[in-house]
Design a protein. Structure first.
Length: 135
């Protein structure tokens, strides 16, 4: 299900500083054609953007089957920004630490998470994340 469209020349929601067309857009559009995010950080950024754009199908398709919820309903959050604090890949395992800012019902919040990723058949997938105490 594709909820919101974003112009290719718009700034990417993941805060990379690139345009959507040069950042997360190809991963979102390329899923049916077998185009996948090349690193855990790229996948994490594309998933953050997908949450903001309501791209439920993309989120589910990039979630490892062993931990995927199968169905997903997005909370009514407005995502405001992303800071990647650390990203590492060693072989077929990756970790990304990030802080995402959001607004819910007029109140601001921050989600600090360390996410785990695995590469299977050349494709990075999200496994799970561990919430960290607020800074």
């Amino acid at each position: 299900m594709k909820k919101n469209a974003l112009a290719a020349h718009a700034v990417c929601p993941c805060d990379s500083g690139k345009t959507y067309a040069d950042c997360c857009g190809p991963w979102h559009a390329g899923l049916p054609q077998g185009v996948h995010a090349p690193t855990p950080e790229a996948l994490m950024r594309s998933r953050y953007s997908a949450y903001g754009l309501g791209l439920i199908d993309y989120l589910l398709a990039t979630w490892h089957p062993s931990t995927s919820p199968g169905e997903l309903e997005l909370p009514p959050l407005k995502w405001l920004g992303l800071e990647v604090r650390h990203a590492q890949a060693a072989g077929d395992v990756g970790v990304v630490e990030f802080v995402a800012r959001y607004r819910e019902s007029g109140r601001g919040g921050r989600m600090h998470e360390i996410s785990r990723f695995v590469r299977e058949d050349g494709r990075w997938l999200y496994i799970d994340g561990e919430q960290q105490a607020p800074d």
